[in-house]
Design a protein around this ligand. Structure first.
Ligand code: NIG
Ligand code: FE
Length: 411
């Protein structure tokens, strides 16, 4: 689709030259052009500048007077393929049960796995596509989706095939992650190493054969998978050509950040519990810290100490963690608002974290995450707003008028 956006009040996140990611003080710089045009040709960003230099074309014109344009959100951590919600656990939580107590009572990840194993691939696809469409309308233009509610070879492959089908059928950019090491299924309750061996010897090669995953993930956490399990699974994934992205420091600090950094993973995600040594381990590395404020909000657990980490020079990405247990929302607008309201990130930092840094955490920074010539025209057109600060300020309200993916309006 070819479009000329004219009279854009402010074109946000303009990068003349493609960058990998932003860290420390750079995160508080958000380049924009006021009174701008943006030319979209064949689904790509072809040109932009101030209105004085606006070209004459026969393209469809969208007059964006009073409105802003920014790159669509890049959500680098979700589990949006799942069979059913877990509202019953929500009631339990309101009644005072913790995440661990709910899991111990037959809820949690194993509950989702039981439900997922029971549904067909077609039903799982239909349920998941509704969630994908929902986040597209909320402005997400690139998303990572994990397996990990299958926990058998058959069900893990079912999940990954659904992710592949979503990717084939929708214009949103999708990356797939194998998270077989999400919880130990009951069958292996006294034989965790047998489960890890099954994942490595049987599931990973099958995934590779069908080319179903980009990344390998592990829930590195007390009562789930240890540092040495994580190390073993990551290395097995690397042998199959997968890149590492891991869950660490959600509830306890057991050395997850360190094992991630040692293995040069692309991102370490969650980071609600961070000791100084965990923060220091990330300095000077290319591993992106990913914060998931929706999870902190929903589970009432600490937020990632993002202010401290950015002040120490680190980068930060923001993602939704959309899943039925700890974040039943994929709304990146709320994520950005929460980062500002609860984590003392500035609007500029939060927008950078939810666009270019999120793109990096999916290895998609050359395709999305900024207004750069040649990148996909995955865009948010806002309603009439006074400043981009209004986006997080008006938390819970939508500032989005339209979303475009590859230059096509999402209806
Ligand atoms: O990222 N922490 C592990 N996995 C998910 C939650 C999974 C669930 O409760 O279903 C998360 O928070
Ligand atoms: Fe997660």
């Amino acid at each position: 689709m070819n479009i000329l956006f004219t009279n854009i009040k402010e074109l946000i996140q303009v990068r003349e030259v493609s960058i990998d990611f932003l860290s420390g003080k750079e995160m508080n710089v958000l380049p924009t052009i006021k009174n701008a045009f943006l030319l979209v040709e064949n689904g790509l960003i072809a040109d932009f500048g101030t209105m004085e230099n606006c070209p004459k074309t026969k393209f469809k014109i969208i007059d964006a007077k009073g409105k802003m344009v920014l790159p669509s959100w890049c959500d680098s951590h979700t589990h949006l393929v799942y069979a059913d919600n877990r509202e019953n656990e929500f009631e339990d939580r309101i009644n005072g049960l913790s995440y661990k107590e709910i899991a111990d009572n037959g809820g949690g990840i194993l509950n989702s796995a039981k439900k997922l194993q029971a549904v067909s691939e077609e039903v799982l696809y239909d349920k998941s596509k509704t969630r994908l469409e929902e986040i597209m309308h909320l402005g997400t233009g690139a998303v990572e989706i994990k397996s990990g509610y299958g926990l058998t070879k058959k069900a893990e492959l079912k999940m990954l095939r659904v992710i592949k089908k979503l990717s084939d059928n929708y214009p949103i950019e999708i990356k797939a992650t194998f998270l077989g090491a999400h919880a130990v299924p009951n069958k292996y309750i006294n034989d965790k190493s047998g489960y890890v061996k099954m994942l490595i010897d049987q599931v990973l090669p099958a995934i590779q054969k069908e080319n179903l995953a980009d990344f390998i993930d592990v829930f590195c956490e007390t009562d789930y998978f240890s540092v040495s399990d994580t190390d073993q699974i990551l290395k097995a994934g690397f042998k199959q050509g997968l890149v590492g992205k891991i869950h660490v420091n959600q509830f306890t600090t057991i050395g997850g950040v360190q094992v991630g950094v040692k293995n040069n993973v692309l991102s370490v995600d969650h980071l609600e519990e961070m000791r100084n040594e965990d923060i220091e381990a990330l300095i000077g590395t290319k591993t992106m810290p990913v914060s998931l404020p929706n999870c902190s909000y929903f589970l009432n657990i600490p937020y990632t100490p993002a202010r401290k980490m950015i002040d120490l020079g680190l980068p930060m990405a923001l993602a939704s963690d959309y899943n039925p247990g700890s974040s039943p929302s994929g709304n990146m607008n709320f994520v950005v608002a929460s980062a500002c309201i609860k984590m003392q990130m500035t609007t500029k930092e939060a927008i950078n974290a939810a666009t270019i840094n999120g793109a990096y955490a999916m290895n998609l920074h050359n395709k999305v995450g900024s207004i750069t010539r040649g990148k996909l025209a995955n865009l948010i057109l806002t309603k009439k707003i006074n400043s981009y600060n209004y986006i997080p300020y008006s938390f819970g309200n939508s500032c989005i008028e339209k979303v475009f993916l590859k230059g096509n309006e999402i209806i």
